[in-house]
Design a protein around this ligand. Structure first.
Ligand SMILES: Nc1ncnc2c1ncn2[C@@H]1O[C@H](COP(=O)(O)OP(=O)(O)O)[C@@H](O)[C@H]1O
Ligand SMILES: [Mg+2]
Length: 241
């Protein structure tokens, strides 16, 4: 495949439920991304299709969206390549939400090969770390060995972090357990109760925040979640620009 003009980033994690889709959607629909990019595509590669279900619930709201959402699950390798190349041509930034199916499958491998930046959402969990070493690290290591220019393009995003935990503590933890070739994002994705509420409604975080303006407690929660997302999104933009 030729070198595409647009920027491609992946949320890559073979363990399900680590926050890939929440982060991919969060970044895609963030203010930061909206300001930084003229056209944004979000591609769901996961067969479980959480974001696809979310988009259905979104209904008419999609008409006003700047984000072009595309679901490409179960696509055959050649078809997937073709469809991806098309989105890449049309968008300034493409966000790939990788499958969380245990092994690094074809779709994940393609995403890794195309990406300028790979974000790895990960909880503070011995099990996730063990699975990372077994399933993800060999593929990443191969990529880094064959293409040294990819150094500094793999970042852990700590997820489900207790809101009271200092980010520095979490970052130090990951620095201690990860191979030196893997970097850690400076911001963490904190656990906030509200996520399920607005995902159920097919809303973005921003829309949800607006919808709960009358409820001080919910509005504060949404505000804190927005700060997390905007900080993470800005960190990502700084890494790719
Ligand atoms: N920061 C968060 N705080 C609270 N719940 C979250 C957070 N991020 C994700 N979730 C919830 O956890 C579940 C799994 O997250 P999801 O992003 O779908 O994971 P993945 O795509 O890695 O399988 C979803 O129900 C989502 O709403
Ligand atoms: Mg998902």
């Amino acid at each position: 495949m030729g070198k595409p003009m647009s920027i491609i980033i992946s949320f890559f994690q073979t363990v399900g439920g680590e926050g890939k889709s929440a982060l991919a959607r969060g970044a895609a629909y963030s203010r930061a991304f909206s300001k930084a990019f003229k056209s944004i595509a979000l591609v769901e590669l996961d067969r479980q299709g959480d974001s696809t279900e979310w988009l259905k619930r979104r209904g008419d709201r999609v008409k006003k969206d700047k984000v072009q959402f595309l679901a490409l699950p179960e696509t055959k390798p050649d078809d997937l390549k073709k469809s991806l190349l098309k989105v890449i041509k049309e968008s300034e930034i493409v966000i790939l939400d990788c499958p969380g199916e245990g092994k690094v499958d074809f779709a994940s491998e393609l995403a890794l090969n195309l990406s300028h930046l790979v974000l790895i959402p990960m909880r503070v969990s011995a099990k996730t770390r063990r699975l990372f070493v077994r399933n993800q690290w060999p593929t990443i290591n191969d990529i880094l060995s064959s293409d040294p220019s990819r150094t500094n393009s793999f970042y852990i995003v700590p997820t489900f972090i207790h809101p009271q935990t200092r980010p520095e503590t979490v970052i130090q933890y990951f620095e201690g357990i990860m191979p030196p070739q893997i970097s850690i994002l400076e911001s963490v994705f904190s656990f906030r109760n509200i996520y399920e509420n607005f995902e159920e409604e097919g809303m973005t975080l921003l829309e949800y925040a607006r919808s709960v303006k009358g409820n001080k407690r919910m509005f504060n929660q949404a505000g804190r979640a927005l700060l997390d997302i905007e900080k993470i999104s800005n960190d990502i933009i700084n890494l790719i620009s």
